[in-house]
Design a protein around this ligand. Structure first.
Ligand code: NCD
Length: 345
């Protein structure tokens, strides 16, 4: 019986196991994630040059299709595409045809008719990027930039790159994810990435009301109390309270939440002295994190943003070359079949 992981792998990878779409981390293996990180590492140097460009996607057209607001993700995708020499189209969805009743599929068909090579999609519905990848024209790559509460794989990979830069490897690492896990696509992708890359322990530190159902099934340990959860942590990942996704009152008050789960200097002292502090952004100072911690020596929050460009360059160039390889293979197979028919005739 084919599992979700199998079908996810099939949709994202070529027959040779190369990336052709990047939708979620489910079903991907350690070798592939490591290759993404290594490729990203090689692109970091490009961002440090005075001329920040390589020709890998020259002549290619990328469309940034954001149905939800975004600052970091959208601009780093745009910069990444430009550094790869692609032409970039940013679509402002609030003024686009979907608000005139056009379906997502029809919007896509029209954009494909403009000969786009890659779509970067952020959508409020879980599964939107998978849905599009299933019926997009062959040769066009789909990159998920966040779908509902489901997945945000490029964010998780830029987080993994940041962790690897600071900690060297994932072996023996204890990582804690704190706060609103229930509504977080970032946390879901991070948990998968950390487990695939072999972190020793992934902890979720949150009240019951902000946890997904059956969290242990995701390969994590749950700590309702921050004081216990922080003990010996090498990496602390803070999450924003996703108020826009909350139905009803899941929290007594922001003040109470800060008291129990806010990362203050005092609480940070409970983790490993060399622990790094991460946050996908946007941060809410005084809600989930104290200003002095966000700006402090253990914070790597802005490194995460910088790494977003290199990781997105890696994923986009790998997906495009996977698409190309698949088309070449299909053309070869077709040629062979034709020769066989001619040979028989
Ligand atoms: C996150 C997102 O949109 O999922 N932000 C991001 O991509 N940097 C997390 C959030 O909005 O809190």
């Amino acid at each position: 019986m084919a599992t979700m992981a199998d079908s996810n792998r099939q949709l994202q990878l070529t027959a040779d196991g190369e990336l052709k779409h990047f939708l979620s981390l489910e079903g991907l293996d350690r070798a592939l994630l490591t290759r993404i990180l290594d490729t990203a590492d090689s692109f970091i140097e490009v961002g440090e040059r005075s001329i920040k460009k390589v020709p890998l996607l020259r002549g290619r057209t990328l469309v940034n299709l954001f149905f939800e607001p975004s600052t970091r993700t959208r601009s780093t995708f745009e910069l990444a595409a430009k550094r790869l020499s692609a032409d970039v189209l940013n679509l402002d969805i609030s003024t686009s045809a979907t608000s005139k009743g056009e379906t997502l599929s029809d919007t896509l068909l029209n954009l494909e008719a403009m000969a786009s090579d890659m779509f970067v999609i952020r959508h409020a519905h879980s599964g939107a990027a998978h849905f599009i990848a299933r019926d997009v024209t062959p040769g066009v790559a789909i990159i998920n930039a966040g779908d509902g509460r489901h997945a945000h794989p490029t964010q998780a990979m830029l987080d993994m790159l940041t962790i690897r830069q600071h900690k060297g490897s994932f072996t023996g690492l204890k990582v804690g994810i704190v706060g609103d896990v229930q509504h977080s696509r970032v946390a879901r992708s991070q948990i998968q990435a950390l487990n695939i890359l072999g972190a020793e322990e992934v902890r979720l530190i949150a009240p019951d009301t902000l946890l997904p159902t059956e969290p242990e099934a995701m390969g994590v340990r749950v700590f309702p109390r921050m004081e216990q959860g922080l003990k010996d942590l090498d990496v602390i990942i803070m999450l924003r309270l996703q108020r826009e996704r909350m139905e009803g009152a899941l929290l007594p008050s922001e003040r109470e939440f800060y008291k129990l789960y806010g990362l203050t200097r005092e609480k940070l002292a409970l983790a490993h002295p060399k622990a790094i502090v991460m946050h996908p952004g946007p941060i809410n100072r005084g809600v989930e994190i104290e200003s002095e911690v966000a700006d402090g020596p253990q914070s790597v929050i802005l490194n995460q943003v910088t790494n977003g460009i290199a990781v997105r360059m890696a994923v986009m160039s790998m997906a495009m070359s996977g698409q190309l390889a698949e088309r070449q293979q299909q053309a070869k197979a077709q040629q062979k079949a034709q020769q066989k028919v001619q040979g028989n005739g």
